[in-house]
Write a protein that binds this ligand. Structure first.
Ligand code: THU
Length: 160
C-alpha cells in the first residue's frame, strides 16, 4: 500500500482592488451581469465573465426554470456560449461572482459539481487550462490556475 496525497494551492486576494487590471476588469464584468440572471426561485444571481484566447470577452448568467432541475448555472451558460459563438477557442480566464438577494454576497463563490465536470471537459477539449477567479459582490477573491484541479479523479473522455 502506498499513501498518496493530492494537494492544490490557490491565491487569496483581499479584494478586487488587489487584482491585476485585466483580472479586475473580468471580475467587475461578472459582478455587473448578475443583474441579467434569471433566478426568481433561488434569488441567487450568478454572473460569469471570461476572456477567450482570441481576446473576446463573453458573459453568462444562471437561468432557472419552474421545473427546478432544468435551470442552468452561469458557468455552463458561458461555456455553451463560448463554444457556440467561437467553436474550438479556449477560455483563458473565467471570473464568477454572485448577488444573493436573501443574504450576504461577500464569500467567494465556487462552481458546483456539475460545472466542475463541464469545466474539466472544456479544458480537455481545448487543451488549455481555464484560470478561475472566484469572488462575491465584495470581499476576498480566490484564484486558481486551472479549473480542473477542483475535481480530482475526474471522469473524462480518456476513460471511455
Ligand atoms: N449557481 C450558479 O449559477 N453557479 C454556481 O457556481 C453555483 C450555483 C446557480 C444555480 C441556481 O440557479 C442558483 O445558483 C442557486 O443554486
Amino acid at each position: 500500500m502506498k499513501k498518496r496525497e493530492h494537494l492544490f494551492s490557490y491565491e487569496e486576494y483581499e479584494s478586487q482592488a488587489e487584482l491585476n487590471p485585466s483580472d479586475a476588469e473580468l471580475l467587475k464584468k461578472a459582478r455587473e451581469v448578475t443583474k441579467d440572471a434569471y433566478a426568481p426561485y433561488s434569488k441567487f444571481r450568478v454572473g460569469a465573465a471570461a476572456r477567450l484566447s482570441n481576446g473576446q470577452i463573453i458573459t453568462g448568467t444562471n437561468q432557472e426554470n419552474a421545473s427546478f432541475p432544468v435551470g442552468i448555472c452561469a458557468e455552463r451558460v458561458l461555456m455553451s456560449t463560448a463554444s457556440s459563438l467561437f467553436p474550438g477557442v479556449a477560455i483563458e480566464t473565467l471570473a464568477v461572482s454572485y448577488h444573493n438577494e436573501n443574504g450576504p454576497s461577500d464569500i467567494p463563490i465556487s462552481p458546483c459539481g456539475i460545472c466542475r465536470q463541464s469545466l474539466q471537459e472544456f479544458e480537455h477539449r481545448t487543451g488549455k487550462p481555464i484560470r478561475l477567479i472566484m469572488g462575491g459582490e465584495t470581499g476576498a477573491v480566490y484564484i486558481i490556475p486551472q479549473s480542473g484541479i477542483l475535481l480530482p479523479f475526474a471522469f473524462d473522455a480518456d476513460k471511455l
